[in-house]
Design a protein around this ligand. Structure first.
Ligand code: VTB
Length: 359
């Protein structure tokens, strides 16, 4: 286990003085970063738009066809190919599984033609079920940081709560749900009854859903896609204010990059279901699985987050195809460039154009 890279303010305030601040927890799963490779040369954030757009176009062809694997495979193949064309030396720290479980985009896989060293967390198709059923909210997504900047979470469950900038600093994953809903409502200047909470519809959330309903908040139960729901909570205008519950830990790290770029906040706790999973956490530096993890524990240094809609959701439109090409809707967030860029792109499949481009 290596030590967490010190924050700029570390050592400035005595630990006791910071103890009550819910968003400055010092746990530590991250490995130290030697310099920030995302600061080298020209920024690479725009290159990543094309990567997620391409995988979205490939997988969206499988919309509603009931074939999760084909949709996933199409996304994996295209995303891998696109990353391999970039002048990077990328290492997948969060991918489709361990080397022997997944043929492609496995943890430890190296990508690119060589160049800038980066770490990549990738979910080529977040929402395979959503795509296979033609339901909203599937995206092709990745996050990038300098080596050591992304917590290489084991692929187990994680309890999470995510909010946007308005409510950042007003949540505590260890507080009762009703307390969080009250403080979030206050931050937005709303009544609790006007707050919308997104929760994955799972048996394990029965109690959580009861508590949210008892508190009087509105709920959107989603079948899958808690990266999308975290980001939707982080962007004003989606109508979502917070996403709570137990989902994938790897999805938590990918979402953390977006929450950081959006000025939002994610708090998390590993949620192992066996001794084996507790051991997996220990191998990655989490000796105590009950520790709260903050945004800064999940991602450090500069980060880039890129996502393209596969099926239409509250944040991004899905891919549409037309006679000469396809149209995608993507978002890129980059802490180096300080941008959150929504990108509407028409991809032409040949040089010969037969129909007009639509606005
Ligand atoms: C969530 C959800 C994902 O996995 O993280 C979930 O956001 C957690 O696992 O879209 P379960 O399905 O076992 O609850 C997904 O559904 C698929 O990666």
């Amino acid at each position: 286990m290596t030590t967490r890279r010190p924050h700029d303010d570390e050592g400035a305030a005595p630990a006791a003085a910071r103890k009550d601040e819910v968003h400055t927890m010092s746990t530590r799963p991250l490995v130290a970063v030697e310099g920030d490779t995302l600061l080298e040369g020209a920024c690479m954030c725009n290159d990543l738009i094309d990567v997620v757009e391409r995988s979205a176009i490939a997988s969206a062809r499988w919309l509603g066809r009931g074939d999760n694997n084909a949709a996933d495979q199409a996304a994996v193949d295209e995303l891998r190919q696109a990353l391999n064309e970039l002048p990077i030396h990328g290492t997948v720290v969060i991918g489709e599984g361990q080397k022997d479980e997944a043929p492609e985009l496995y943890v430890g896989e190296e990508l690119g033609t060589g160049g800038r060293e980066i770490h990549i967390a990738v979910d080529p198709l977040e929402g395979t079920n959503l795509t296979a059923k033609g339901l909203p909210g599937a995206i092709s997504v990745l996050s990038v940081a300098s080596p050591g900047g992304l917590f290489s979470a084991p692929d187990i469950y994680m309890d999470k709560i995510s909010v946007g900038a308005t409510a950042a600093g007003h949540i505590d994953i260890e507080a009762p749900v009703r307390t969080n809903l009250r403080t979030i409502a206050k931050a937005y200047d709303l009544n609790v009854g006007e707050v919308t909470v997104t929760v994955l519809e799972r048996d394990r959330h029965k109690e959580l859903i009861k508590e949210i309903r008892a508190a009087g908040a509105r709920i959107k139960l989603i079948p899958d896609g808690d990266i999308t729901s975290a980001i939707a909570a982080g962007v004003r205008g989606t109508g979502d204010h917070v996403t709570i519950g137990i989902g994938g830990a790897t999805e938590g790290v990918i979402a953390a990059a977006a929450m950081k770029a959006l000025g939002g906040e994610i708090q998390a706790k590993m949620w192992p279901t066996s001794q084996k999973q507790i051991d997996m956490c220990k191998e990655r530096g989490i000796d105590d699985v009950t520790l709260k993890l903050a945004t800064d524990d999940l991602v450090q240094g500069n980060v880039i987050f890129a996502a393209a809609g596969v099926t239409s959701g509250s944040l991004l439109k899905g891919v549409t195809y037309f006679h000469d090409g396809a149209r995608t809707n993507a978002v890129i967030m980059c802490t180096r460039c300080n941008i959150v860029r929504f990108v509407d792109t028409i991809h032409l499949f040949s040089k010969e154009i037969h129909r007009e481009i639509r606005l």
